[in-house]
Design a protein around this ligand. Structure first.
Ligand code: ATP
Length: 367
């Protein structure tokens, strides 16, 4: 666990401190996200944690030990650091880049080679194809993956990530976010993650620290709490409109009440009687077609099914894209598991809401 105690940084020549008496506990094995407007002191705080810069006053404790006076080089070997500009060495191969810290630690050649391949596989790059490439022969997203692999190389207990997915297109960014969450389920590091983007913070964070200015933390809470009970107007403004929709991204489809009573028919078989307008056609366990009940002709392909790792936000998005109020749910292998409908999502949005007006549809009733 990392404890920041009254941490202050005043840069020379600046009238106000960049970080002013920041006190914050970062629990072991969690992802804590620093989010806030430009210039509020997020990067300064990260650099203070790994002693790239020295505090003007205050202390940093790592697992209870004061590291403010320890050897910065030694400290940094226990702290992985991944940044937006990746900082990859352009004239070194992917493998050499990843091996930087293990070589400093004088690991044997075979151990380094095995670790490089293990990490490339972990971040979704085929070692045989990528270990010999140079950074400029990679896409931006691939460079970020290598940056994350390099930060993890010597298995540090702490990982600092400063807008690691900042300059990436939205689709790749989402993939990288999902991969980080998958990797974190295995490695359980203490991760401090900086972003400008509240949606990214909500998705990635076990806790979110919302910085206002000068490293002051306006709220430090779980994403649920930040969205449902913003501490003040600054936080409410920063979250922006649509907090209830954002809350949908906190629930995975795997944890939602998936309905299993949608009428289905096996491909090639005679449909059963049903009160639903459409039947779902299954082929070898997969939902492939919505078949109109009335004449059994002119079926529509099943598009944008959601799996267990998707969020309810993704499910809502799929419904809107399909212009439908129901979406097919599959398991990780793509096998049909059931359906999620709009009323189920509305129920979730309004779970603790006693004032909403009656809706047209009720649960289970699909128009
Ligand atoms: N080396 C420096 N010398 C002087 N002032 C600095 C230096 N680095 C940062 N600052 C100032 O400290 C404040 C905090 O900067 P910091 O980079 O920590 O903010 P940030 O929240 O990470 O911003 P951004 O989201 O734009 O990256 C800013 O006002 C910035 O101008």
């Amino acid at each position: 666990m990392i404890q920041l105690v009254e941490l202050t940084k005043s840069y020379p020549g600046q009238s106000e401190p960049a970080v002013d008496a920041l006190t914050l506990d970062i629990p072991e094995g969690e992802i804590v996200v620093f989010v806030g407007p430009s210039g509020c002191g997020k990067t300064t705080t990260m650099k203070l944690i790994n002693r790239l810069i020295e505090p003007t006053s205050g202390r940093i404790l790592l697992n209870g030990a004061d590291v403010t006076g320890s050897d910065p080089d030694e400290l940094r070997r226990g702290i992985g650091y991944a940044i937006q500009q990746t900082g990859l060495f352009p004239h070194r191969t992917v493998a050499e880049n990843i091996a930087t810290v293990p070589k400093l630690l004088k690991w044997g050649t075979e151990r380094v080679r095995a670790r490089v391949d293990e990490l490339l596989t972990m971040v979704g790059l085929d070692p045989a194809e990528y270990r010999g490439r140079y950074p400029k022969q990679l896409s931006g997203g691939q460079q970020q993956r290598v940056g994350v692999a390099r930060a993890l190389a010597a298995d540090p207990p702490v990982l600092l990530m400063d807008e690691p997915f900042g300059a990436i297109d939205p689709l790749t960014r989402e993939t990288l976010q999902n991969e980080l969450l998958r990797i974190q389920r295995e490695i359980r590091k203490t991760i401090v993650f900086v972003t400008h983007d509240i949606d990214e913070a909500v998705k990635i964070g076990d806790r979110i620290a919302i910085f206002s200015e000068h490293g002051r933390v306006a709220q430090y809470d779980t994403p649920e709490k930040v969205l449902s009970e913003p501490a003040d107007e600054f936080v409410a403004d920063f979250i922006g409109a649509g907090a209830s929709v954002k809350r949908l991204s906190l629930t995975r489809v795997a944890d939602a009440a998936v309905a299993t009573d949608w009428p289905t028919v096996q491909r090639g078989e005679q449909p059963r009687e049903s009160d639903r307008e459409f039947l779902l056609v299954l082929d070898e366990g997969r939902a492939v077609e919505w078949l109109p009940r009335r004449d059994g002709r002119g079926g529509l392909p099943v598009l944008n099914a959601v799996g267990p790792d998707h969020t309810l936000y993704d499910a809502l998005n799929a419904m809107l894209t399909n212009n439908s109020d129901v979406v097919v749910v599959t398991d990780a292998e793509g096998t049909y598991r059931g359906t999620l409908d709009m009323p189920a999502i509305q129920d979730l949005i309004h779970a603790d809401d006693t004032t909403s007006v009656p809706r047209r549809a009720t649960k289970g009733e699909v128009r």
